[in-house]
Design a protein around this ligand. Structure first.
Ligand SMILES: Cc1cc2nc3c(=O)[nH]c(=O)nc-3n(C[C@H](O)[C@H](O)[C@H](O)COP(=O)(O)OP(=O)(O)OC[C@H]3O[C@@H](n4cnc5c(N)ncnc54)[C@H](O)[C@@H]3O)c2cc1C
Length: 488
């Protein structure tokens, strides 16, 4: 082990000199770190943010920008949608589970309207326009979209559908490069800076510094090969992101996404989790992951998704991330999208810039021929298409309840898009924290002086996911972390 790899806690007696100090020291300047910086400075604390790269932003500034909020935000109302705290919680308790923390969900839903107002007060812009097309994110600068399958089966039978994907306004977006997450980050960082938060870049946090009684009082960091110890007079906030890019941790905790990190950045190497673990921190939901299925929803919704037995398994008009999770975890990461020529043409002509629209891998005159070309068991796909077409002709999908607007019998010529190994995602598990973002020791007690938020913690999602949950719980509990640390 090199010096730079040593994550073991440093006794304060070993510190010879403090390179810097602040009331609250925050590790990581992404969404959770920025939200913590705003709240801690507003609470009167002297705040220092330590960031490993040369600038603020993290994964958040590359993100599509969905922030999962509801319960009747001004944006929802302006777009003509009704929602309530209980309705939002009813959806999340099912969609984030099994194993979702209902207390955390209740807390988050209760504070959701106020959190939206807080984001607006930080200068994050939202345009009161709803985007109703299938898609991974709005293609224009619209501010609201369904982002978790709220309006599709089974969730539309559990809670009244309401869109909750709140997206900051940004013009000239370019997916994954210049996205609305930047507008969220800019608002938060500008607010934190104006309130007096300081930041240091190219500083990599490495280990926690502790008093003899176990209280966290600082962070050991490395900068250009030099060790710097930074003192935290009140508290340390960990906000360095997930472990999606730590191969060993992924292999141990979430092996199904091994080799396929997506919607993440290399800096998400699990450092904060390991540093806190070395101090006895508890973990939660380490096997939970977000999973994207690499197909444009404009195509997905117009076809039928079948597994290696030629059978459907998910309503194709649901949140595509749900289709991704079900494909990876329950269908051996094997899927084929069956789509006929008309449906493919319609998708091609849809509003989505044809970034992800994929041509069929196989095309045939009959379903029987297509089934043989793909190599599916004889008659399996034929039986699936016969049953689907019979229902679609009546405007019904008795098996999976895809909405009538997307039901059309599949005709000839018919194609299939090979979606084997077409998933990727990021990890959702991490440090087990209280609702005030205190990091819990395995004993169940908070570790004094240590707080955490964002994807280094287990947040709202246990098994399921909805787009916006990460920027949502990262900013929400980032604020709690900043506030609690400033009062510690
Ligand atoms: C293309 C893309 C699209 C996405 N779309 C969405 C979306 O629409 N909605 C949504 O909710 N989520 C989305 N996500 C996921 C979301 O961006 C992240 O899950 C979220 O940013 C996590 O917040 P965080 O504060 O924990 O991490 P980040 O925002 O990544 O911030 C962590 C920061 O810590 C720094 N850091 C890491 N290690 C160290 C260290 N040792 N020392 C110092 N600093 C360190 C990193 O460099 C980074 O700046 C998307 C991600 C990507 C990449």
């Amino acid at each position: 082990m090199t010096l730079a790899d040593d994550i073991r806690p440093i006794p304060i007696s070993e510190v010879t000199e403090w390179a810097d100090e602040a009331d609250v020291v925050i590790a990581g300047y992404g969404v959770a770190g920025a939200a913590a910086a705003v709240e801690a400075t507003r609470a009167g604390a002297d705040v220092l943010v330590l960031e490993r790269t040369g600038s603020w932003g993290g994964a958040a500034s590359m993100a599509g920008g969905f922030i999962y909020l509801g319960g009747g935000t001004d944006l929802q109302k302006a777009c003509g949608f009704e929602d309530s705290v209980d309705n939002m919680a009813a959806f999340l308790n099912v969609a984030m589970g099994p194993g979702a923390d209902s207390q955390r969900i209740a807390d988050y839903c209760e504070g959701s309207v106020a959190h939206f107002n807080w984001l607006v007060s930080c200068g994050v812009p939202f345009k009161a326009e709803f985007f109703g097309e299938p898609g991974w994110e709005p293609m224009g600068d619209q501010g609201l979209m369904y982002s978790g399958g709220e309006n599709s089966y089974p969730f539309n039978t559990i809670a009244a559908p309401a869109p909750r994907g709140h997206v900051p306004q940004m013009q000239n977006k370019k997916q994954g490069e210049s996205s609305a997450g930047y507008m969220l980050m800019k608002g938060l960082v500008d607010t934190a800076t104006a309130a007096g938060a300081r930041s240091l870049y190219d500083v990599r946090v490495q280990a926690l510094i502790v008093e003899s009684d176990g209280r966290v009082v600082g962070i050991r960091t490395r900068r250009y090969g030099t060790t710097m110890d930074i003192r935290a007079r009140r508290g340390v906030v960990l906000a360095t992101g997930s472990f999606a890019y730590n191969e060993a941790m992924v292999a141990r905790y979430a092996p199904r996404i091994a080799g396929r990190p997506a919607a993440s950045i290399e800096q998400h190497d699990g450092q904060a989790i390991r540093m806190a673990q070395a101090l006895g921190a508890d973990l939660a939901h380490m096997d939970a992951t977000e999973v994207a299925l690499f197909i444009d929803p404009q195509q997905l919704v117009r076809g039928i998704l079948v597994n290696e037995r030629g059978q459907r398994y998910v309503a194709e008009d649901t949140y595509p991330g749900r289709a991704g999770q079900l494909t990876l975890y329950h269908q051996n990461n094997t899927a084929y999208l069956i789509i006929d020529g008309d449906a493919q043409d319609e998708a091609m002509a849809s509003l989505t810039p044809q970034l992800m629209l994929r041509p069929p891998t196989w095309v045939a005159d009959t379903v029987a021929d297509l089934e043989a070309e793909i190599g599916l068991p004889p008659t399996s796909l034929q039986a699936t298409v016969d049953a689907y077409n019979e229902g679609a002709a009546r405007g019904e999908d008795p098996l999976l309840h895809k909405k009538a607007q997307w039901l059309k019998p599949i005709k000839s010529p018919v194609g299939a898009i090979d979606l084997r190994e077409s998933t990727g995602g990021f990890t959702l598990g991490g440090l087990h924290t209280t609702l005030d973002a205190e990091v819990l020791h395995v004993s169940g007690e908070p570790i004094p002086g240590l707080f955490a938020a964002g994807r280094c913690t287990a947040g709202l999602a246990a098994w399921g996911y909805a787009s916006g949950v990460s920027l949502g719980d990262g900013s929400f509990y980032g604020r709690r972390a900043g506030r609690a640390a400033s009062q510690a």
